[in-house]
Design a protein around this ligand. Structure first.
Ligand SMILES: [Cu+2]
Length: 77
């Protein structure tokens, strides 16, 4: 699915992601909250964008449980 501006309700800045394995770990952690969530990870920008039924607080908790540090969050419209 192509990127649609504004389609992501949650954007987090996550420290410590370095490779595709990290991307998979973060993505599956989010998809445990919402199996249909769309997750786009941008490693250079350290951003995780989420389109799904997930609050920033839930997503932050899930990512921190994987061992990554969430240093910023924003709710997008
Ligand atoms: Cu990794």
């Amino acid at each position: 699915m192509p990127y649609l501006p504004g389609a992501f309700q949650v954007k987090l800045i996550v420290e410590g992601m370095t490779c595709g394995h990290c991307v998979k770990a973060v993505t599956s952690a989010i998809q445990k909250l919402d199996g249909n969530a769309r997750v786009v990870v941008d490693l250079p920008a350290r951003s995780v964008r989420i389109n799904g039924a997930v609050t920033p607080q839930q997503a932050t908790q899930a990512i921190q449980d994987c061992g990554y540090n969430v240093t910023g969050s924003a709710e997008e419209t």
